[in-house]
Design a protein around this ligand. Structure first.
Ligand SMILES: [Ca+2]
Ligand SMILES: [Ca+2]
Ligand SMILES: [Ca+2]
Length: 478
């Protein structure tokens, strides 16, 4: 009896600690992000547009080589460009989420890869740079170390990081594996950033998709063509290194871990054992968490890039809108800490139609879907996730004392495009309610009552409606 009580108390403690590991309270405005892409923050009109859309932050690149082209001390840094850029974000009330990249030539052998972390001098130089940045821009809450750091072909076609060389694992030839250099740079950055600004965090970032031929896992979509980019083993090796080299006083190597998510790879992550019960962006989070658990570490996750193009031959404008809502809401349902939509602006010359505004800066339907989403979820607290395979996928929130669901059919008709926009057969959702207000992803809404004409459930107190592929917000008893 006594041991049973102790066991229950332990279980309760375990449950409480598991719960406190979750993000708590209402979804912060800083959950919703948008990628700058070099076009957003420099124009106050664009900043006003994304502010109205409800984005809390803009993801920006910051080049080390702008600030410290020759090795010097912070009082001689060249702040002109970042000052100009960040002042505009500050004026607009948009928080910059910054990834640092583009090493100056004196600091590293490549623009995108490791410094020599075996050199005390270089460790001090990197710490000095990160600390000075955090001190100068206290509004920045998250400093990301490079972008897609697991890129495996050195400087060639990198997207802001190149720590994933799989031939020697030592691009900068300092006899330290580059994943270990990356981990050490995280530790240095975290100490420097936290002492300059205790409210700021440091994040690692990987792509962990589009795997290269040499490390391609079995059954991977597209079978890793020659031009694919990322080292499948970088991430688990980084986790293993972190686990094997605990820092003094249990200090973490980084506060957050960011990944890139494109829905074309979603079905692969869903097929993994870790992906059972999870969808798309969530299934990938589960795969990363599985690798953390295997190494014995735990770092909160966020998505530093997700996006889909709106070309008519791909998923079209409405498909892109669906992907916006589905990816953000699924991310909330998997306890991710933030999501950045990639990107702000369409670039037709690159055949990129991932923007929420077109090339003339005119808002697209995805802009409206983003705006409705942030309005609908303002001050909402995520409570529960209902995922009934082939039936309905639904996310329950508490908002101003009422309950609200974001929902769509889970009866997918798979195709070879982004599954976040694939057609879905209508399915019935039943809720306990007297009245329901249903708002579609573009903000058009209607209301109906229990046992009124539109209620498909004849039982009193139960209401039923059909949902399809379009994300809908359902407020219970408005
Ligand atoms: Ca220096
Ligand atoms: Ca190295
Ligand atoms: Ca009824």
């Amino acid at each position: 009896m006594k041991s049973g009580l102790i066991a229950s108390a332990l279980l309760l403690l375990l449950l409480l600690s598991a719960m406190s590991a979750r993000a708590e309270g209402p979804i912060p405005a800083t959950f919703f992000g948008i990628d700058d892409g070099g076009h957003l923050v420099k124009n106050p009109n664009n900043l006003a547009l994304v502010k109205t859309m409800g984005a809390g932050y803009a993801r920006l690149a910051m080049y080390w080589k702008w600030v410290e082209p020759v090795n010097t001390t912070p009082e001689n840094y060249n702040w002109a460009y970042p000052d100009y850029y960040l002042q505009r974000a500050r004026d607009a009330g948009i928080i910059p989420l910054i990834f640092i990249t583009e090493n100056p030539a004196w600091a590293a052998t490549t623009t995108c890869g490791p410094i020599d972390t075996s050199s005390e001098m270089m460790r001090a130089e990197f710490s000095e740079f990160m600390g000075a940045m955090a001190a100068r821009y206290p509004e920045v809450r998250i400093w990301i170390l490079y972008n897609e750091s697991d890129h495996s072909f050195g400087e060639y076609s990198n997207t802001g990081g190149c720590f994933g060389d799989h031939v020697t694992e030592d691009l900068n030839l300092n006899s330290v594996p580059d994943y270990a250099d990356y981990a050490e740079m995280g530790a240095l950055a975290r100490s420097a950033v936290r002492s300059a600004n205790p409210n700021a965090s440091v994040a690692f970032a990987v792509a962990f998709d589009d795997f290269d031929k040499a490390t391609c896992p079995a059954d991977y979509p597209g079978a890793c063509p020659p031009a694919s980019h990322f080292n499948y083993y970088f991430l688990p090796k980084l986790f293993e290194y972190i686990a094997a080299h605990p820092r003094p006083n249990g200090e973490p190597y980084a506060d957050l871990f960011a990944y890139t998510y494109y829905d074309i790879y979603g079905p692969y992550w869903e097929r993994q054992s870790s992906g059972a019960r999870w969808y798309g962006i969530q299934a990938k989070a589960a795969a990363i968490r599985q690798r953390m658990t295997a190494a014995g570490i735990s770092i909160p996750l966020f998505v530093t890039e997700t996006g889909e193009g709106s070309e008519p031959e791909w998923i079209g404008l409405d498909g892109q809108s669906q992907c916006v809502v589905r990816n953000f809401v699924r991310a909330i349902g998997a306890d991710l800490r933030a999501v950045t939509w990639w990107t702000f602006l369409d670039l037709p010359n690159l055949s990129w139609y991932f923007g929420v505004v077109d090339a003339t800066y005119t808002p697209k339907p995805s802009y409206q879907a983003y705006q409705v989403m942030t309005e609908q979820l303002r001050d909402a607290t995520f409570i529960t996730r209902r995922a009934k395979p082939k039936l309905v996928e639904a996310y329950g929130f508490e908002q101003n004392g009422k309950s609200k669901w974001v929902t769509w059919s889970a009866d997918l008709v798979p195709n070879d495009k982004a599954q976040c926009a694939a057609p879905r057969n209508p399915q019935a959702l039943t809720l306990k309610a007297k009245r329901l207000r249903v708002t579609d992803m573009y903000g058009s809404s209607y209301q109906f009552r229990d046992n009124g004409k539109q209620d498909l459930d004849p039982r009193k107190g139960k209401m039923r409606l059909l949902v399809d592929g379009m994300p809908r917000y359902i407020l219970v008893n408005p």
